[in-house]
Design a protein around this ligand. Structure first.
Ligand SMILES: Nc1nc2c(ncn2[C@@H]2O[C@H](COP(=O)(O)OP(=O)(O)OP(=O)(O)O)[C@@H](O)[C@H]2O)c(=O)[nH]1
Ligand SMILES: [Mg+2]
Length: 276
């Protein structure tokens, strides 16, 4: 095997990383799939556990905080191209800690040595968007405007920052250390979003991050992904997703070209970028 791409999975806590991996495990274990998987034996138990929960529509508990556990998947195309997908800390606290402490551990630095692409997760419900001045102050009220002051002294950097600023800062930090050429952006829980394309959604909800993507020199593509097919707490969603005969049918992935069930498309795209 010759060509190798090294991808790191990035996402703030609760951004849909584990649900994506569970659905990906399902898709890639289908015999007919053109991408093949190679995993460390020690990761199999974890992957089978999260897949088992996903398969019975059960919420996957928030990955344990405090324990550093990473997984690595080799995704193989045409028996020759390998995408190494590194999920450096399944607890999801890693990126929050990097943002707060302004440091990247030597352990992670070593893991990321050859990283040249990023699989980034953004969950619409966990996007923290503060009010803009224009939302608080109407133009004709400028003089009397009174914006309530908040005491921010006990809050961490992470707690006072907008999600899009955190994400942009993290990607810049990774880009400065590694030769990041491509970013596949996943907007998770896409079943909760109506009347947007994934690109338009990011442009309107994360304008700063979108502007960064467009001008960073990194090639990017944005997908909307529903790994679960719906919200487990919503009865109507549950009725719908339990009706499918084949579990694969509940997965939805949307890009500018249309809709599909194959959640591995972003990984395939990352492999293709290396071919060009
Ligand atoms: N509606 C809907 N919710 C989803 C979907 N995928 C994930 N979620 C929800 O989003 C939340 C976070 O998902 P996880 O996959 O656990 O996210 P994570 O990034 O692994 O979170 P941490 O381990 O805490 O970092 C959970 O409550 C999921 O039920 C989806 O396709 N649709
Ligand atoms: Mg998780």
């Amino acid at each position: 095997m010759s060509e190798q791409i090294s991808t790191i999975l990035v996402g703030l806590p609760g951004s849909g990383k584990t649900s994506f991996i569970a659905a990906l495990w399902h898709i890639l274990n289908e015999k007919k799939h053109s991408l093949k998987l190679n995993i460390r034996q020690s990761d199999r138990k974890y992957l089978e556990e999260i897949h088992a929960k996903w398969a019975v529509f059960e919420e996957i508990e928030r990955s344990n905080t405090g324990t550093f556990y990473s997984i690595e998947l080799d995704i193989i195309k045409d028996d020759s191209k390998v995408l190494k997908l590194n999920f450096p800390d399944v607890s999801g606290e890693l990126y929050k800690d990097i943002y707060d402490s302004r440091t990247i551990s030597s352990n992670l630095s070593k893991k990321m040595m050859n990283t040249n692409s990023i699989l980034l997760f953004i969950h619409p419900n966990s996007l923290k968007v503060d009010r803009y001045i224009g939302d608080v102050v109407k133009p004709n009220e400028i003089d009397e405007a009174h914006v309530e002051e908040q005491d921010l002294s006990n809050l961490t950097n992470f707690e006072i920052s907008q999600s899009q600023a955190i994400i942009t800062d993290l990607i810049i930090a990774l880009k400065n250390r590694n030769k990041i050429k491509n970013i596949a952006v996943i907007v998770s829980a896409w079943d909760t979003i109506k009347d947007f394309t994934p690109e338009k959604y990011i442009k309107e909800s994360c304008p700063l991050f979108h502007m960064f993507l467009k001008n960073s020199g990194i090639k990017y593509k944005i997908w909307g992904v529903s790994a679960q097919g719906g919200d487990y707490k919503n009865n109507q969603d549950m009725r719908q997703i339990q009706e499918y005969e084949d579990l694969t049918e509940r997965i939805r992935i949307v890009d500018c070209e249309g809709e599909n069930n194959d959640i591995s498309l972003p990984l395939n795209w990352l492999i293709e970028q290396n071919e060009n």
